[in-house]
Design a binder for this molecule. Sequence first.
Ligand code: ADP
Length: 462
Amino acid sequence: MTTSSLLEEAIAISKQFDVSKDQLVAISDEFIRLADGGLKTDDMPMTMIPSYVTGVPNGTEKGTFLAVDLGGTNFRVCSIHLNGDGTFDLLQTKSVIPKNLMVGTAKELFSFLAQKVDEFIKTHLEEKFNEEAGHSANEHIYKLGFTFSFPVNQTAINSGTLIRWTKGFDVVDAVGKDVCKLLQDELDLLKLPVHVAALVNDTVGTLMSRSYSTPGESATLLGVILGTGTNGAYVESLAAVDKLDKSIASLAGKSVMVINTEWGSFDNDMKVLPTTSWDNAVDLETPNPGFQMFEKRVSGMFLGEILRRILLELHEKGLLFSSSSTPLSTAWSLDTSILSRVEADSTPDLVAVKSIIETDLGLPTTLVERQAVKLIVEGIGKRSALLAGAVIGGVLVQIKACESNPVVDIGVDGSVFEFYPGYEELMRLALKEVIGENEKKIRIGIAKDGSGVGAALCALVA
Ligand code: ADP
């Protein structure tokens, strides 16, 4: 194979990740159709879950709360003090979730989570609390917001049954159970002074925290996660949520509700989403083939593996890398941060790419090989951002956000958005295709520590 044909091959592969303007509009239209269906009935793939959160904060909220976050890769425990002026103080610890617990029993997983809360209270709160208040921490019951970023059937602000796992988790006996109760039971066994007050999806938390931290400005209407997984939550008019029984007492006098879209499973039927042979291969490697099809093209859990599959195929065809390596041939061995680091290298010799492939794949490269890798990376990353932009546009059209607001604020959390070079600009390209010049009204900002503060805010309103 000649030098130029490797590059030609890489260009052809990258092209397979193109999304046309027409496709972006079709994606947004299909999103609106499925969202509308999900607001009417529960048996739609995009579940449009009512959060029972009926307003967004304005920055004046106060108090001290605990929050835990079971995301994808990590478990976070934090205490949050809301100062009432849009600012907060946060203490946080983070532990990696052992892989065996992600596929073990509910008891093992939730007892691990409770132990981490115990450690946090012992290390960070007891002493501080004793000093400040002059009494034992055990006299105080902490309200805890539980950020649980998997699809649940929420029935009240502090209870919800797990519908299915995503992001590589498969704790079979937890499905169908109330996850707040699973956590509360384990906390009670340890005799901890903690009440699980709110079940919070991370996307809802992101929306809440962004709204708290931008007080006095335009309301935040959408919270977005672009990390291990992807999801969006937005402020919907209560009247539009047909499937909800609006006669329940907690909804009296309320006009809006935050809806967790679960857009990770947008278009599982693959009517409008683009696909490649590598997407199909990655899908078959997951515990849930055919589900979370949008997420599998957009989020951090999958982009590294899509890249690895392509590189391996080129290597097996004899087009790329003179030797093989364990990371190259091992599923899920490439972290999505590799794509960000490759994309960031604009040196003529791609020196950073050289060292990334040496370090992470254990392989020497020629310049042409590095150029080929970069072209492929750009295709995968660009498609992720365009798809994210198209569904964000769909939400904005659904709630007619730009018609009544001079500025529409969107809070985003997650390493893919935060660290992938040029991700926001690419998202905006897709937004422009969907909402035209109104794209200029959209303000997008990071909701830093979103899930912790958001969970505290939900525990507060609970
Ligand atoms: P989580 O979603 O688990 O709460 P993050 O927002 O940090 O946590 O997302 C983790 C995901 O982001 C992982 O899939 C990881 O591969 C990916 N990731 C981490 N760093 C980067 C980076 N620099 N660029 C792109 N993706 C990244």
